[in-house]
Write a protein of this length. Sequence first.
Lengths: 153, 161
Amino acid sequence: MFDLFLAIENSALGLYVRESSWGFAIALASHAIGMALSLGVILLINFRILGFVKQIPVLAHTALFGTAWFGFVINFLSGIALYSSHASKYSYEWIFMLKLSLLCLGGIFMKLTMDAFRATPAEIKVKIFSVICITCWLGAVVTGRLMAYFYSV
Amino acid sequence: MAINDVLQVARDSFLGHFMRDDFWVWPLMQNLHFIGLCLMFGPLLAIDLRVIGACRFIPMKGALSLIPLILGAFTINLITGILFFFGDPFRFFYNFSFQWKMALVALAGVNALWFWVGEHAKLSQLADGEQANFQAKVIAGLSLALWIGVIIFGRLIPYLE
């Protein structure tokens, strides 16, 4: 596996993001914008489902899902770019693995929340899914930010 | 009192020490700053995309009533932002990216005021699916562009010094 990670790191993309003056900074800035777009929508609809902000009907928020997906795609691509720059390092960091796991769980629980809401909006299950969804996504933000502080040497 | 003296006072203040003396305070505030940004962007997108017309079936009145949420989230970032500044005033004050970020925050503030004074009352009357007027759309577009600019220059602070 380590050879694979080294190959990724020494690919054209990995080299560019790591060695060029602006590659890493551009990828990071894009990653922050994608986060704002996707997390913004995800947090808003989940807070609505939990009953904190009642101004817009829950399903009217789905008009914003395209924006959330757009943000996700930006972060998927900029995330690959960032990963490729230090693949042999990030692949062995527990905090990065935690971040990826939380991302997957966050996505799954967003889907579970919406499906449960569409089927039986009043059931407590919807809110439990929603709380787990928010926790996973915020956890992904926090663990992502903390990658700059926790690292294996 | 020269500006550097003011910056030195900020650096030596209680808040300056609070930010620097314990290693984990800085990353904690960074995380709050990121979460505040995410909280702020949801309602911002709902309002601006509704006004622009990309999401015109979000009820306008409901979207506009999310403004306090934006202000609340902005307050989190204002407070954590002021804390960063006190923690390392010389770095931020003379940082090119930080200067641009602050300029864009100020412009976004003026733009929001223009929205509030010029468009808010008219927009609350808008029916579902109805298009906003051109001036309101320009303000909403500027709002998104300026806040995305704020994110970019904020994230580039470590790279433009």
